[in-house]
Unconditional design. Structure first.
Length: 268
């Protein structure tokens, strides 16, 4: 690998990142994460909840000696300040670092969760305090419900948002991306291949095409791929080094394919 993945500025954070990033939760080995990092990727995303903390532990080992070159993101599912602070301290210990570049409120999928996390005594209080202490540089929100995530983004409190988006699931275009653009929020995308469900099949586009599709939207900064298959990750990284955009015809073809997969119930 030549390490020439396309890069961008992650919204108002000002952080320069590769547009292709590592998603946590699936890889169980230091070697696997190391191989992904060898592709030149500089964005790494994990969470306190992934594999009961083992994901952070393995990533912490994999990034030793590389930490200064990375934008490191993790998450908490806690909704109260005390729980969020406890999660952050555990994450820092397991990741072997004195700060995370991005700390995200994980899965704000309902109004109740959002109001609790953002209200008095909520998780956001602890994250903002940690930011003032230098333990956290920027604050993000994640979720699977586009409407609820967009409402969180619209508060202007968050520097980044992580949500679903692919050629079959396009709701983020109208729900999340406009709010992110209004507030200068960095947009990170998961499920570009819908957990591999869009891959394969006799007429399926090549895996890298799904990432070119996502990255081709002006509202998107970074697309993540979880390391279920390290070989696939390195293949897509190399393909994105060569080209990260689609032709109009290719884009239309992806949308036609995605619509059919959705209609057939193959993209739950």
């Amino acid at each position: 690998m030549t390490g020439t993945l396309p890069r961008t500025v992650l919204g108002r954070t000002g952080l320069v990142v590769t547009r292709f990033g590592i998603g946590g939760a699936y890889c169980t080995s230091v070697e696997g994460y190391g191989r992904a990092l060898d592709c030149g990727v500089t964005y790494v995303d994990t969470a306190r909840a992934y594999r009961d903390g083992d994901d952070e532990k393995v990533i912490g080992q994999a990034i030793q000696g590389r930490r200064d070159d990375l934008v490191l993101a993790t998450k908490t599912t806690q909704r109260d300040a005390e729980g969020a602070r406890r999660d952050l301290e555990t994450s820092l210990r397991l990741l072997g670092t004195d700060h995370v570049d991005l700390y995200q409120l994980h899965h704000l999928n309902t109004q109740e969760e959002r109001e609790q996390a953002l209200g008095k005594g909520g998780a956001l209080e602890a994250v903002l305090r940690a930011r003032s202490e230098g333990l956290v540089r920027f604050v993000g929100v994640t979720g699977h419900d586009w409407t609820q995530v967009a409402l969180a983004v619209a508060t202007g409190l968050f520097d980044t948002v992580l949500c679903w988006y692919n050629c079959a699931m396009r709701g983020a275009e109208s729900a999340v991306f406009p709010a992110a653009r209004q507030h200068g929020v960095g947009v990170v995308i998961m499920s570009a291949g819908r957990n591999d469900k869009l891959f394969g099949g006799t007429d399926a586009p090549a895996p890298e095409q799904f990432y070119r599709y996502v990255l081709g939207h002006a509202g998107v900064h970074v697309a993540l791929l979880g390391l279920r298959d390290v070989e696939r990750f390195t293949h897509i990284a190399q393909a994105l080094e060569e080209r990260d955009a689609l032709t109009p015809e290719e884009r239309q073809s992806l949308e036609t394919y995605g619509s059919r997969m959705l209609a057939e119930g193959k993209v739950p």
